[in-house]
Design a protein around this ligand. Structure first.
Ligand code: FE2
Ligand code: FE2
Length: 260
């Protein structure tokens, strides 16, 4: 089966490229299942319920997230009743939502999606390595296709997670740093890996934020306004071909589709 995993959707232009291109991409590449990280969909910071509904209608099957997921407080209630919107599994258990979705693809293939967050240069959440061990040990053994979004800052932590889960899951993809990396590959025991999917948003920017705003912040220590970029938008992600019987990945290919 073919899975599309899409990197952090940023702001209005990021949402627009998904709405415009996702149906074509699914048709052209014969995609069976789509996962997208949506933590920056609402003006770069967080997510709103109506956006989640739009993404599901546009053909995204499961939405993952990260450190910005609760920036817009409306999502706290919504995520309780929407199992297709995940927050990292290693957050405090008292928080609403889950870091695990299980279900089936349209072809009736059992799938699990796991969302984790790194700890290096990030908030001190529970250990993502122990959290994923716990999830995997409790997972129904009939589920062979397992997709992991590791939302993390440090390349080393992402690479370590890839090797830690090699042979135990189908894919480990990194998100959060918003810059696509060129290290996609199948690890020794059959897990597809990439350090970062890159963002789905404006590349005429500094990781999604208006470039002049960020330069001003570096020059002055603060910026007068916080705006996201608007130009040179692309949808970025990977297409992973997975043997649905074994859960092993056969190939991983980067995808970058510009917004006209
Ligand atoms: Fe992000
Ligand atoms: Fe993030």
């Amino acid at each position: 089966m073919k899975v599309l995993m899409i990197g952090d959707i940023v702001g209005r232009v990021g949402r627009a490229v998904v709405m415009e291109q996702l149906k074509n991409i699914k048709r052209d590449y014969k995609i069976d299942f789509v996962v997208a990280n949506v933590e920056n969909a609402a003006g770069g910071f967080g997510m709103l319920p109506y956006m989640a509904e739009e993404f599901l209608s546009a053909g995204i099957d499961v939405m993952t997230s990260g450190n910005h997921i609760f920036d817009k407080r409306d999502i706290l209630d919504y995520i309780k009743d929407q199992p297709r919107l995940l927050r990292p599994a290693n957050y405090a258990q008292e928080l609403p939502g889950s870091g695990l979705w299980t279900g089936k693809s349209s072809q009736d293939i059992p799938i699990a999606v796991i969302n984790l967050q790194g700890r290096t240069f990030m908030a001190p959440n529970d250990c993502p390595f122990h959290a994923v061990d716990k999830i995997l040990s409790n997972l129904d053994k009939k589920i062979r296709v397992i997709l992991v979004d590791h939302h993390a800052e440090a390349t080393s932590e992402k690479a370590a997670m890839g090797w830690y889960l090699d042979g135990r899951v189908s894919a480990v993809v990194g998100t959060h740093t918003h810059v696509p990396t060129a290290d996609e590959r199948i690890l020794t025991s059959g897990t597809a890996y990439i350090t970062d999917l890159g963002m789905t948003g404006p590349y005429d920017s500094v990781i999604g934020i208006d470039k002049n705003t960020v330069i001003e912040k570096f020059l002055l220590g603060f910026s007068r306004k916080l705006e996201i970029g608007e130009r040179d938008c692309s949808l970025c992600g990977v297409i992973i071909d997975i043997n649905s019987q074994t859960g092993q990945a056969k190939s991983i290919v980067r995808l970058r589709v510009p917004y006209d």
